[in-house]
Design a protein around this ligand. Structure first.
Ligand code: GRF
Length: 191
Protein backbone atom coordinates (compact mmCIF):
# COMPACT_ATOMS: atom_id res chain seq x y z
CA UNK A 1 0.00 0.00 0.00
CA UNK A 2 1.14 3.48 -0.78
CA UNK A 3 0.79 5.80 2.20
CA UNK A 4 1.01 9.50 2.93
CA UNK A 5 1.75 10.52 6.52
CA UNK A 6 0.55 13.88 7.84
CA UNK A 7 2.27 15.40 10.87
CA UNK A 8 2.30 18.60 12.91
CA UNK A 9 5.03 18.01 15.46
CA UNK A 10 7.77 15.68 16.58
CA UNK A 11 6.97 12.87 14.16
CA UNK A 12 7.62 9.93 16.48
CA UNK A 13 4.81 8.01 14.79
CA UNK A 14 6.18 8.94 11.37
CA UNK A 15 9.60 7.70 12.42
CA UNK A 16 8.05 4.41 13.53
CA UNK A 17 6.07 3.98 10.31
CA UNK A 18 9.15 4.69 8.18
CA UNK A 19 11.12 2.14 10.19
CA UNK A 20 8.37 -0.51 9.89
CA UNK A 21 8.04 0.14 6.16
CA UNK A 22 11.70 -0.73 5.72
CA UNK A 23 11.81 -3.74 8.04
CA UNK A 24 8.93 -5.65 9.61
CA UNK A 25 6.24 -4.38 7.23
CA UNK A 26 8.13 -3.87 3.98
CA UNK A 27 5.74 -6.23 2.17
CA UNK A 28 2.74 -4.32 3.50
CA UNK A 29 3.26 -0.58 3.01
CA UNK A 30 5.59 2.18 1.90
CA UNK A 31 5.58 5.84 2.87
CA UNK A 32 5.63 7.76 -0.39
CA UNK A 33 5.07 11.27 0.92
CA UNK A 34 4.81 13.34 4.09
CA UNK A 35 2.86 16.53 4.64
CA UNK A 36 2.70 18.99 7.50
CA UNK A 37 0.62 22.00 8.41
CA UNK A 38 3.61 23.32 10.35
CA UNK A 39 6.80 24.39 8.59
CA UNK A 40 8.68 24.03 11.88
CA UNK A 41 7.51 20.47 12.58
CA UNK A 42 10.68 18.68 13.77
CA UNK A 43 9.28 15.46 12.29
CA UNK A 44 9.85 16.75 8.75
CA UNK A 45 13.47 15.83 9.34
CA UNK A 46 12.56 12.13 9.25
CA UNK A 47 11.06 12.56 5.80
CA UNK A 48 14.08 14.48 4.56
CA UNK A 49 16.53 11.94 5.96
CA UNK A 50 14.61 9.08 4.35
CA UNK A 51 14.35 11.07 1.09
CA UNK A 52 10.58 11.01 1.14
CA UNK A 53 8.85 13.79 -0.78
CA UNK A 54 7.44 16.32 1.67
CA UNK A 55 5.14 19.27 1.52
CA UNK A 56 4.13 22.01 3.94
CA UNK A 57 0.87 23.89 3.77
CA UNK A 58 1.37 26.19 6.69
CA UNK A 59 -0.74 28.68 8.57
CA UNK A 60 -1.56 31.77 6.61
CA UNK A 61 -2.57 30.09 3.40
CA UNK A 62 -6.19 30.66 2.46
CA UNK A 63 -8.96 28.24 3.23
CA UNK A 64 -8.11 25.83 0.41
CA UNK A 65 -5.19 24.44 2.42
CA UNK A 66 -6.87 21.10 3.07
CA UNK A 67 -7.47 20.69 -0.65
CA UNK A 68 -3.76 21.27 -1.29
CA UNK A 69 -2.79 18.60 1.22
CA UNK A 70 -5.28 16.08 -0.15
CA UNK A 71 -4.22 16.79 -3.73
CA UNK A 72 -0.57 16.34 -2.83
CA UNK A 73 -1.32 12.88 -1.41
CA UNK A 74 -4.15 11.48 -3.52
CA UNK A 75 -3.54 13.15 -6.89
CA UNK A 76 0.18 13.79 -7.05
CA UNK A 77 1.34 10.65 -5.18
CA UNK A 78 -1.70 8.41 -5.79
CA UNK A 79 -1.68 7.05 -2.25
CA UNK A 80 -4.06 4.41 -0.97
CA UNK A 81 -4.39 6.02 2.46
CA UNK A 82 -3.41 9.14 4.36
CA UNK A 83 -2.22 8.31 7.89
CA UNK A 84 -2.55 11.13 10.37
CA UNK A 85 0.30 10.84 12.87
CA UNK A 86 0.23 13.66 15.36
CA UNK A 87 -1.54 15.92 12.82
CA UNK A 88 -3.50 18.22 15.08
CA UNK A 89 -5.65 20.24 12.69
CA UNK A 90 -9.04 19.02 11.60
CA UNK A 91 -8.82 17.85 7.99
CA UNK A 92 -11.84 18.46 5.83
CA UNK A 93 -12.45 15.14 4.10
CA UNK A 94 -14.69 15.17 1.04
CA UNK A 95 -17.05 12.21 0.48
CA UNK A 96 -14.85 10.64 -2.21
CA UNK A 97 -12.05 10.21 0.34
CA UNK A 98 -14.20 8.72 3.09
CA UNK A 99 -12.42 5.65 4.53
CA UNK A 100 -9.15 6.84 3.01
CA UNK A 101 -7.88 8.91 5.95
CA UNK A 102 -6.79 7.14 9.15
CA UNK A 103 -5.80 8.52 12.54
CA UNK A 104 -4.20 7.18 15.69
CA UNK A 105 -5.28 8.59 19.03
CA UNK A 106 -3.65 7.88 22.40
CA UNK A 107 -6.79 6.90 24.31
CA UNK A 108 -9.65 4.47 24.06
CA UNK A 109 -12.04 6.46 21.88
CA UNK A 110 -14.72 7.64 22.68
CA UNK A 111 -12.99 8.49 25.94
CA UNK A 112 -10.54 11.42 26.21
CA UNK A 113 -10.71 12.67 22.63
CA UNK A 114 -11.98 15.62 20.63
CA UNK A 115 -10.81 19.16 19.96
CA UNK A 116 -7.85 20.20 22.11
CA UNK A 117 -7.37 16.69 23.45
CA UNK A 118 -3.94 15.77 22.19
CA UNK A 119 -0.40 15.25 23.45
CA UNK A 120 0.18 14.97 27.19
CA UNK A 121 -3.24 16.52 27.95
CA UNK A 122 -4.88 13.18 27.08
CA UNK A 123 -2.76 11.26 29.58
CA UNK A 124 -3.11 13.93 32.27
CA UNK A 125 -6.90 13.67 32.01
CA UNK A 126 -6.83 9.86 32.10
CA UNK A 127 -4.72 9.90 35.30
CA UNK A 128 -6.84 12.64 36.85
CA UNK A 129 -10.00 10.62 36.16
CA UNK A 130 -8.40 7.64 37.94
CA UNK A 131 -9.11 5.36 35.00
CA UNK A 132 -8.07 1.75 35.39
CA UNK A 133 -7.24 1.26 31.73
CA UNK A 134 -6.19 3.25 28.71
CA UNK A 135 -4.63 2.51 25.33
CA UNK A 136 -4.79 3.71 21.76
CA UNK A 137 -7.22 3.71 18.88
CA UNK A 138 -6.67 3.56 15.13
CA UNK A 139 -9.74 4.75 13.27
CA UNK A 140 -11.00 6.08 9.97
CA UNK A 141 -11.53 9.84 10.10
CA UNK A 142 -14.74 11.62 9.40
CA UNK A 143 -15.24 15.34 9.72
CA UNK A 144 -15.25 15.42 13.54
CA UNK A 145 -12.13 15.43 15.72
CA UNK A 146 -10.99 11.91 16.69
CA UNK A 147 -14.15 10.38 15.31
CA UNK A 148 -15.05 7.68 12.79
CA UNK A 149 -15.20 3.88 12.49
CA UNK A 150 -12.65 2.12 14.69
CA UNK A 151 -10.16 -0.21 12.96
CA UNK A 152 -8.26 -1.37 16.04
CA UNK A 153 -7.81 -0.61 19.74
CA UNK A 154 -5.08 -1.75 22.08
CA UNK A 155 -5.55 -1.58 25.85
CA UNK A 156 -3.34 -1.53 28.88
CA UNK A 157 -4.02 -1.66 32.60
CA UNK A 158 -2.86 1.47 34.41
CA UNK A 159 -0.53 0.83 37.31
CA UNK A 160 -1.75 3.01 40.22
CA UNK A 161 1.81 4.27 40.77
CA UNK A 162 2.05 5.77 37.26
CA UNK A 163 1.98 9.48 36.57
CA UNK A 164 0.86 10.83 33.20
CA UNK A 165 4.38 10.60 31.78
CA UNK A 166 4.65 6.92 32.63
CA UNK A 167 1.27 6.39 31.00
CA UNK A 168 2.33 8.32 27.87
CA UNK A 169 5.42 6.14 27.55
CA UNK A 170 3.44 2.91 27.85
CA UNK A 171 0.69 4.04 25.47
CA UNK A 172 3.22 5.07 22.86
CA UNK A 173 4.74 1.57 22.97
CA UNK A 174 1.28 0.25 22.09
CA UNK A 175 0.87 2.85 19.35
CA UNK A 176 4.05 1.66 17.69
CA UNK A 177 2.46 -1.77 17.28
CA UNK A 178 -1.09 -0.62 16.64
CA UNK A 179 -0.57 1.55 13.54
CA UNK A 180 1.30 -1.06 11.47
CA UNK A 181 -1.11 -3.76 12.67
CA UNK A 182 -4.11 -1.71 11.59
CA UNK A 183 -2.51 -1.11 8.18
CA UNK A 184 -1.81 -4.82 7.82
CA UNK A 185 -5.44 -5.51 8.65
CA UNK A 186 -6.57 -3.07 5.95
CA UNK A 187 -4.33 -4.74 3.40
CA UNK A 188 -4.91 -8.40 4.23
CA UNK A 189 -8.02 -8.53 6.40
CA UNK A 190 -5.89 -10.30 9.02
CA UNK A 191 -4.59 -8.99 12.34
C1 GRF B 1 0.63 10.11 19.21
O1 GRF B 1 0.37 10.05 20.58
C2 GRF B 1 -0.63 9.91 18.44
O2 GRF B 1 -1.54 9.10 19.10
C3 GRF B 1 -1.15 11.29 18.30
O3 GRF B 1 0.00 12.08 18.15
C4 GRF B 1 1.08 11.47 18.80
C5 GRF B 1 2.24 11.35 17.91
O4 GRF B 1 2.69 12.60 17.58
N1 GRF B 1 -2.10 11.38 17.23
P1 GRF B 1 4.22 12.73 17.18
O5 GRF B 1 4.51 11.61 16.25
O6 GRF B 1 5.00 12.62 18.46
O7 GRF B 1 4.34 14.08 16.55
Amino acid sequence: MRLAVFISGTGRSLQNLIECSKTTHKETFEIVCVASDNIFAPGLQYARTARIDNFVASEGLPERRDDLLLQFAFTHHVVDYICLAGYIKKLSIPPEHQYKVINIHPSLIPKFCGQGMYGSKVHQCVIKAKEQESGCTVHFCDNEYDHGPIILQKKLIIDPSWDYQNLATEVFKLEKEAYPEALTFLKTGEQ
